[in-house]
Write a protein that binds this ligand. Structure first.
Ligand SMILES: CC(=O)SCCNC(=O)CCNC(=O)[C@H](O)C(C)(C)COP(=O)(O)OP(=O)(O)OC[C@H]1O[C@@H](n2cnc3c(N)ncnc32)[C@H](O)[C@@H]1OP(=O)(O)O
Ligand SMILES: O=C([O-])CC(=O)C(=O)O
Length: 377
């Protein structure tokens, strides 16, 4: 009965046109609006990269200053959203809370019913500022700590660390975190971005699309892999095990190693190059490269045994841990960055929309199957 054969997981299927992000998975190239990620990671900032993603080109100095101010000015959460953060159980995961809070934000957004280009851009500023605030504020609430007011003079990266830790971050920590935000900002039609575009394509609002994207990011095959990677490193450490022997046993049990493999890259993930270096450098600066050393042993072994490369999630785990960030904040922090890419894709989708509605290769009972009356089944 089927008319065509489905490609499991839509591998290799081109599902849309886009002008935002280009990846060459064989050459290990990632670019935003044509600009290589290595250039952006070494020269740009999260604010400038977000401008690039949303508006299609690098900003001039005055444009960047205006953009930075607008993003800082958007650091405001409705009281009801702060109430929600106080009312959820303190053992709720930050990803659950973020997903729920972003959904609630839509009810208080002045532009909720407006999905025009300009309204989407206004909402993107707010969502980008608010997602970072929600993650930082909930972490303080669950730890019984006093809330920290946003500092509008700080960059997006520095303000997040300030609101999370209640201490002005060092330049080293701010720059490392800012680079991590740049590296995670966009990645073409990854699962969460695709989810966002599918939702946006029904002409649903951007908050609905981003709520769905956060749900998709949470899974351990996608953004959740950074937390799963760190849980693996902790488990090896707790067991006092040799990392290679531990991973060998996982292979014997046919388990996947989080932080390895990628649907698109068949070579080094260019983001891992930076995160590997950051993991080592931050470890050295902090006086211990323990997590980097363990990660590197695993990386070399997995590469040798399975020809699998580390992806963006592998070294972000040890990088964030060395920055003193709790494990269950890793995936929310991915969202703190990825909102920039999600927003760019929702704007692009709404600007030139068509419903996304593929077909399924039907494998069920043959048509016409009999309807058997209830008393005869
Ligand atoms: C930000 C991101 O989303 S980056 C990705 C984050 N996810 C992870 O790190 C989770 C671990 N990795 C994986 O599960 C996969 O590599 C994915 C989900 C990233 C890509 O999945 P796919 O393209 O569907 O590849 P698939 O899962 O089919 O794997 C192909 C083969 O490689 C193996 N493989 C892939 N990744 C791994 C891994 N991390 N550990 C062990 N084996 C792996 C699979 O077992 C499979 O082997 P088989 O053909 O012998 O059955
Ligand atoms: O592109 C993907 O499939 C996953 C990924 O690396 C990302 O979302 O950053």
């Amino acid at each position: 009965m089927s008319t065509s054969v489905a490609t499991k997981g839509l591998e290799g299927i081109v599902a849309t046109t886009s002008s935002i992000c280009w990846i060459d998975g064989d050459a290990g190239v990632l670019s935003y609006r044509g600009i290589d990620i290595h250039e952006l990671a070494t020269k740009s900032t999260f604010e400038e990269t977000t401008y690039l993603l949303w508006f299609g080109r690098l900003p001039k100095a005055a444009e960047l200053a205006d953009f930075t101010k607008e993003l800082a000015d958007a650091r405001h959460l409705p009281a009801k959203v702060i109430d929600l953060l106080h009312s959820v159980p303190t053992d709720a995961t930050p990803m659950q809370v973020l997903r729920t809070a972003v959904s609630l934000l839509s009810i208080y957004d002045a532009d909720e019913a407006d999905s025009s280009h300009d309204a989407n851009v206004r909402k993107s500023f707010r969502l980008t500022a608010q997602i970072a605030m929600i993650v930082a504020i909930f972490d303080r609430i669950r730890k019984g700590k006093a809330l920290i007011e946003a500092d509008h003079s700080l960059s997006h990266a520095a303000n997040f660390l300030w609101m999370l830790n209640g201490e002005k971050p060092s330049d080293t920590a701010t720059r490392a975190f800012d680079i991590a935000l740049v590296l995670h900002a966009d990645h073409e039609l990854n699962a969460s971005t695709f989810a966002a575009r599918v939702i946006a394509a029904t002409l649903a609002d951007i908050h609905s699309a981003i709520t769905g994207a956060i749900g998709a990011l949470k899974g351990p095959l996608h953004g959740g892999a950074n937390e799963a990677t760190m849980r693996l490193l902790y488990a090896i450490d707790k067991a006092g095990a040799d990392p290679v022997e531990y991973v060998k046993q996982m292979f014997a049990e046919k388990k996947k190693i989080s932080g390895f493999g990628h649907r698109v890259y068949h070579t080094e993930d260019p983001r891992a190059t930076h995160l590997r270096r950051m993991s080592e450098e931050l470890g050295r600066a902090a006086g211990s490269t323990k997590w980097f050393d363990m990660s590197r042993k695993i990386e070399l072994f997995v590469k040798e045994q399975k020809k699998l490369n580390a992806n963006v999630d592998f070294y972000s785990a040890s990088t964030y841990t060395t920055l003193g960030i709790d494990i269950d904040l890793f995936t929310p922090i991915f969202a703190v960055s990825r909102i920039s890419g999600w927003a760019a894709h929702v704007i692009e989708q709404h600007d030139d929309n068509r419903l996304i509605r593929p077909r399924a290769d039907y494998l069920g009972p043959e048509y016409p199957a009999p309807y058997i009356p209830l008393n005869q089944r």
